[in-house]
Design a binder for this molecule. Structure first.
Ligand code: MTE
Ligand code: MO
Length: 263
């Protein structure tokens, strides 16, 4: 199975500089460009000006890009408004079926057995008993009709429903003052989010799409869905949730993508 790396439609090469070192760090460059952190396309000149250093060696390019991206994570977390809602849409705008994506092709999806699947709980949680799919289906449902935006440059409006993550965390006695919620998935994907996003009113553990049980490729039986985060943060096929104060690194962040990834 080969790992597909999202390609960019946003990369704009600056004239007159060696683009090799920037191309080698394309995901970081894309992220910084997309957020307009440098108020223009990333170039070696802009990075040199920003840092006051001569950013020309491949190693220093990568460390400067990483520093800008981490700084960007912190700024995004600081300006996140817990009560600010992402735009919502009407049922008539919902795309059916949803558009599939993963770090591998749809033929390689390994469906989970809903009868034996369990959601494991770990970390700063009072009641760590595992949950069956049936137990989760019995929880109150909330519906989200929001835009799913993938960094690969496409989006669609989707209709997801399931229990509010805030309500679920309260129910299991999670420490709501902890910093992070980490998700493990059946396909070895990992994601983590900050507590403010976990408690946001548009963050749910989805079991349904367009009022039907989520189909296998879209994360059956349980996936995360947030109105305030980019597509890749929305972990599918969740098998475990951990509440922690130790930063849980993630599949895409390890490859240089922005961790906060707000919309
Ligand atoms: N477990 C898991 N979750 C995942 C992924 C993945 O590869 N594995 N891909 C992410 C990416 S990049 C996107 S855009 C969305 C796609 O969700 P969808 O197929 O429901 O549209 O799932 C995200 N969640
Ligand atoms: Mo994505």
């Amino acid at each position: 199975m080969s790992i597909r790396t999202p390609t960019s439609s946003i990369f704009r090469p600056a004239k007159g500089v060696d683009q090799g070192a920037l191309k080698a760090n394309q995901s970081l460059v894309d992220d910084i460009n997309r957020r307009n952190v440098l108020r223009g396309a990333v170039s070696l000149g802009a990075l040199s000006m920003l840092t006051g250093c001569d950013v020309s060696e491949a190693d220093s390019v990568q460390s400067v890009l990483r520093a800008v991206s981490y700084w960007n994570d912190r700024v995004q977390a600081a300006i996140f408004r817990p009560g600010h809602l992402a735009p919502t849409y009407s049922e008539a705008q919902v795309v059916k079926p949803p558009r599939f994506n993963a770090y591998y092709d749809v033929e390689d999806v390994k469906p989970l057995d809903g009868a034996t699947w369990k959601l494991e709980l770990a970390g700063l949680i009072a009641d760590k008993r595992a949950w069956t799919a049936q137990q989760i289906y019995e929880l109150p449902e909330q519906e989200l009709i929001v835009k799913h935006i993938c960094v690969e440059g496409w989006d669609y409006i989707g209709q997801w429903s399931g229990v509010s993550l805030r309500k679920f965390l309260e129910r299991i006695g999670a420490d709501l003052t902890a910093k992070y919620i980490a998700f493990k998935c059946a396909d070895d994907y990992t994601e983590s989010i900050d507590m403010a996003t976990a408690l946001h009113p548009q963050t749910i553990l989805a079991t349904k799409y367009a009022k039907q049980t989520i189909a296998d490729p879209f994360g059956f039986p349980l996936r995360l869905r947030m109105g305030t985060k980019l597509g890749f943060k929305n972990a599918k096929w969740i098998t475990a949730i951990e509440v922690t104060n130790t930063f849980p690194d993630t599949f895409w962040h390890k490859q240089g993508f922005n961790w906060f990834a707000g919309i």
